[in-house]
Ligand binder design. Structure first.
Ligand code: AMP
Length: 545
């Protein structure tokens, strides 16, 4: 027997109309390209998104069409986030930090019909025109008429000014209702190997994910929160914050293009931000700025770090020096993206000092609504003892079932689980800890060594700014760890002194066989260390010796 409850579709436009109706005066604040501050409200966002839906219709965008963006976190980008899915089209955020070849490939592969572009990326359009001229008909610059740049487009493509289009549009649009499983947004994985692959979210998956990330044991979002996503809106929907903010009526602060420590400290304090989210590199930059300038954070209470492993230094320094809690989360593009968050259960609530730090290095507990498990090489479940590590698999309603263009279900195993490509432990309390990407783990004499564990120890050396451990081929052991370190600015590093810091912290056979000091490490477009490039360069280091 079916229940007798209403079967209203979960619609992204519903998040926005809720925010406009019930939190209409709550602010959405943006740093603009020119460095000024733009202020409006959730009611304004809803009204303007309706105007934009009309603009999209006039540009020929129909249900299911892809609407591309190349933009920082700002109010106009937010309006595209809502208008495109609201009218049944797909908001396709493209990472502008990628190589132009990849950007051209991604826009072409998605067959974007319109591109919304921030002024910073106007020069990029020239570089990708050849790749997109068969699909993109309209390029809309996210600016006012006075700031319109010269952009060389292919014949047949049209250039527009966002504000001019919006000013000329009507507000009489009515958000349509349709199947909640309709595609809403598209995001390509960072593609550390091979070509990027698209993950196609739905209205339903987006809203369930927004509810989950807003929960008290995750971002703890409420109408009084003032949240600033440093994580870009082109990096997996800014981890769902633009949706979770309208869901809860939180004030949303969008930082624009300047994400250095000084700019962040300034906007955090000026806009009285209470909570922020971003990758560790961003927080290390902020920490460096605070330490060198003596500036304090007046209102920020919590920082979520994710995207790559949190270095212990980050957790210690923000807690002990600035009274800010650094909280660890994990996810991936295929998970919308948040999968786990490290919030204490009763057993961990009283942890302090180094015990608290050690615990916070874990990526956390699964969000309710989805599930996880770890399996060995034969697919058999491994125990949750915090020691056994194996391949991490996940399933649930905001996890991809296939990549864009593939058959539904084709990314899953026979039981419907998605293999994350991460290797992890899970402790008896359900806290998961990533030990590695499966392709980064070091297989030494048949045993596995975690590169992340070694990197965390290396960066606790006072003169080390950044560290990467890779598997280098070895004539006897198959693979052995090789450690690369970047010295802190103005410091030099002795390999022997780095090695001595590992003593007593790991088994002897885990010790890197060599330490190489390098001026910098390569990073991907989402700020992760590019281990592939390092492996290409140093893979045979031990074979040469
Ligand atoms: P992306 O799809 O680009 O967001 O990358 C997802 C991958 O980033 C995951 O599969 C992990 O390997 C890595 N990752 C994300 N968050 C964390 C974290 N907190 N600690 C370690 N690795 C992480």
């Amino acid at each position: 027997m079916l229940g007798l409850m209403q079967t209203q579709n979960l619609m992204i436009s519903g998040l926005l109309t809720h925010a406009a109706r019930h939190h209409g005066t709550a602010s959405v604040i943006s740093r603009t390209h020119e460095g000024t501050t733009h202020r409006h409200t959730w009611a304004d966002v809803e009204r303007r998104s309706r105007r934009l839906a009309r603009v999209l219709t006039k540009l020929g965008v129909r249900a299911g069409d892809r609407v591309g963006t190349l933009a920082w976190n700002g109010f106009r980008h937010l309006e595209v986030y809502y208008a495109a899915p609201g009218m049944g089209a797909v908001c396709h955020t493209i990472n502008p930090r990628l190589h132009p070849d990849d950007i051209g490939y991604i826009a072409g592969n998605a067959r974007d019909k319109v591109l919304f572009v921030d002024l910073s990326f106007a020069p990029l359009i020239g570089a990708i025109t050849a790749a997109i001229k068969d699909c993109v008909r309209d390029v809309v610059m996210l600016c006012d008429a006075a700031s319109m740049p010269e952009v060389a487009l292919a014949p047949g493509m049209r250039l527009h000014c966002y504000d001019t289009l919006l000013d000329a549009s009507d507000e009489d649009y009515v958000w349509p209702d349709f199947d909640e499983n309709t595609a809403s947004a598209l995001c390509y994985t960072s593609g550390t190997t091979g070509r990027p692959k698209g993950v196609l979210y739905s209205h339903r998956s987006t809203i369930l994910h927004a509810y989950a990330v807003a929960l008290p044991d995750v971002l703890d979002l409420r109408a009084t929160s003032r949240i600033l996503p440093v994580v870009p809106m082109f990096h997996v929907n800014a981890w769902g914050i633009p949706y979770a903010a309208s869901l809860t009526g939180a004030t949303l602060v969008l930082p624009g293009r300047h994400l250095d420590g000084a700019s962040l400290a300034d906007i955090f304090n000026t806009e009285q931000v209470s909570m922020s989210c971003g990758v560790p590199t961003i927080w290390l930059g902020l920490l460096q700025h605070l330490r060198s300038s003596g500036q304090r954070l007046d209102t920020v209470k919590r920082i979520m770090t994710g995207g790559s492993a949190a270095p212990p230094l980050l957790i210690d320094a923000f807690r002990d020096e600035y009274g800010v809690a650094v909280e660890h989360g994990w996810g991936m593009t295929e998970l919308s993206p948040v999968g786990t968050y490290n919030a204490p259960k009763s057993g961990q609530a009283g942890l302090t000092g180094q015990d608290a730090t050690r615990h916070m290095l874990k990526q956390g507990r699964i969000l309710p609504g989805i599930d996880m498990k770890i399996v060995d090489g034969d697919g058999k479940d491994l125990p949750w003892d915090g020691k056994a590590f194996g391949d991490l698999k996940v399933r649930g309603p905001w996890i991809a079932s296939a990549y864009y263009g593939d058959e539904p279900g084709s990314a899953l195993d026979a039981e419907g689980w998605f293999a994350t490509g991460d290797v992890a432990t899970i402790d008896p309390e359900g806290f998961m800890e990533i030990t590695d990407r499966s392709k980064d783990v070091i297989k030494s004499g048949g045993e596995w060594i975690s590169s992340i564990a070694l990197e965390n120890i290396a960066v606790s050396h006072p003169d080390v700014a950044e560290a990467a451990v890779i598997a280098a081929r070895h004539p006897k052991w198959d693979e052995r760890p090789l450690l690369l370190v970047v010295p802190r600015p103005g410091h030099s590093v002795e390999p022997q002194s780095v090695l001595s810091i590992f003593e007593g912290k790991v088994a002897k056979w885990w010790l890197p066989d060599a330490v190489i000091v390098v001026p910098e490490l390569p990073h991907t477009a989402t700020g992760k260390i590019q281990k592939m490039a390092l492996r290409d360069k140093y893979r045979d280091q031990y074979m040469r010796e």
